[in-house]
Design a protein around this ligand. Structure first.
Ligand code: GDP
Ligand code: GDP
Length: 440
């Protein structure tokens, strides 16, 4: 824990805003040359990138949310997603606006959402490159988020003052995970019609338990508490499932926001797939969301009652081909309709959560990795092979490892390390994260 850069979770500063307002430039400005740790979950498309930053002796994480592709879902939706995500995960939110353009409809929409945030929001009026342009910044009072901070991310003007403000707004400790010690929190997710509602009803019926509604503390979720396998579980954000509100507003986009919210609120996610249909892009996206959120993962193949031998064989091939990246996920075959396999769900949840919380002793970890590196050293790049000096597990839930190395480790080698760590410690049901810190 005393190892620099690995003392548990850091407070998070999320940078949000439209494309081209200067988010990346600002993030680089904040980092200076100190970009130390780049989070990298192998096998996952990267649309959020977090960096570790240092200012006036304080360390924090900067998340650049700018990678969401507005083309994929429309600009407005993309910004909404950024803002909602930031509100759920960040300790301080920085909204970047292009002061040369002024507040656009999209900026106003983002501001409207962020005004509901219980986290501090700082408006950056970017591209104030000289004193003359400062009046542009003042116009951004119209966003209703307090005093806009004039900054030139490109030239550095005002960035020191901004960072001071960010530090002032940062809490001493990162935002708390909701209620420790209560029932474990489970998200039941999957694309429409895979059987989420049916499963929830089945679970409630099967155990003949009372299903309670619990008023959530966050924006709107209402959870269900269900006793399974002699233990209470909190199924988060299930109000919609129970009421089954599949109205016109239930577009894929809103469904995906809701999914993201449930995943964020949960510790473990059950991703439901329909065994009678091919594994689709949409299924893959939900799985990716769980991995990127760093939650434990159970994949449940529902509608198992419908399977004949042909489809079964075909499904196994699909799994082999399409779910290779999540071989580590817990898998359970169920039928919400007949109840088959449903009783095995709690043991899968428990196993995945146990992996998610595994902490490997440092000495054991280093002895193992030393041996690995001896047998299979990292490949040389540009003539010199990087040397791995030290490995530590910086965090749990999920397990995160930091490898201190004299040079960059290629993705292929990091995947090799992940595979080997899994061979040794299992980690079934949890994503693990390996980042590299380069030290000469
Ligand atoms: P992002 O899409 O929000 O990440 O924006 P980028 O950081 O890629 O910046 C978009 C464009 O704005 C680039 O051409 C930058 O060089 C430019 N830019 C960023 N910050 C400033 C600034 O402070 N002043 C000026 N004049 N241009 C800037
Ligand atoms: P949701 O949109 O994910 O909540 O899915 P629903 O629970 O509404 O289920 C969608 C459809 O699949 C409904 O017609 C269900 O009756 C059906 N269904 C759900 N689970 C099963 C199952 O295990 N077997 C079969 N045969 N049908 C199922």
């Amino acid at each position: 824990m005393s190892e620099e850069g690995t003392g548990g979770p850091l407070p998070v500063v999320a940078v949000v805003g439209r494309p081209n307002v200067g988010k990346s430039t600002l993030v680089n400005r904040i980092l200076g040359r100190r970009a130390a740790v780049v989070q990298d979950v192998p096998g996952v498309t990267r649309d959020r990138i977090s960096y570790e930053a240092l200012w006036n002796g304080r360390r924090f994480t900067v998340t650049d949310t700018g990678g969401w592709d507005p083309k994929a879902e429309g600009l407005g939706a993309s910004i909404t997603r950024q803002a909602e995500f930031a509100m759920r995960t960040a300790d301080v939110i920085v909204l970047v606006v292009d002061s040369q353009v002024g507040a656009t409809d999209t900026d106003l929409a983002a501001a409207r959402i962020l005004r509901r945030s219980d986290r501090p929001v700082i408006v950056v009026a970017n591209k104030v490159d000289d004193e003359r342009s400062e009046s542009n910044a003042a116009e951004l009072w119209s966003l209703g988020l307090g005093e806009p901070q004039p900054v030139s991310a490109l030239h550095g003007r005002g960035s020191g003052d901004l960072l001071d403000l960010v530090l002032d707004a940062l809490p001493e400790a990162p935002r708390e995970q909701p209620e420790e010690g209560g029932p474990r929190r489970v998200a039941l997710v999957g694309r429409p019609n895979v059987g989420k509602s049916s499963l929830l009803n089945r679970l409630a019926k099967e155990e003949r338990s009372v299903v309670d509604s619990v008023a959530g503390t966050t924006v709107d979720p209402v959870d269900s508490i269900i006793t399974l396998g002699g233990e209470e579980w909190r199924f988060v954000d299930t109000a919609g499932l129970r009421r089954k509100v599949n109205t016109a507003s239930g577009t894929e986009y809103y469904a995906s926001l809701r999914t993201e919210a449930a995943i964020q609120a949960a510790e473990v996610a059950v991703v439901l797939l329909a065994a009678d249909e091919v594994i689709s892009e949409q299924d893959q996206r939900v799985i990716t969301q769980v991995i990127e959120a760093g939650r434990a993962l159970v994949i449940a193949f529902n509608k198992w009652d419908t399977l004949d031998e042909d489809r079964h064989a075909q499904l196994e091939r699909e799994i082999e081909r399409d779910l290779a990246r999540v071989k580590w996920a817990s898998r359970v075959n169920i039928s919400a309709a007949t109840g088959r396999g449903v009783g095995r769900l709690p043991e899968h949840l428990r196993a995945a959560l146990a992996s998610w919380e595994t902490r490997v002793p440092t000495a054991e970890l280093n002895a193992y990795v030393r041996q690995l590196v001896q047998e299979t050293p990292p490949p040389a790049r540009g003539g010199r092979a990087p040397k791995i000096k030290y490995v530590t597990q910086a965090d749990v839930r999920p397990p995160r490892f930091v490898v201190f190395s004299t040079g960059f480790l290629e993705a292929g080698y990091r995947r090799f390390l992940e595979r080997k760590l899994r061979e040794r410690w299992g980690f079934g049901g949890t994503p693990i994260d390996i980042s590299v810190k380069v030290r000469e």
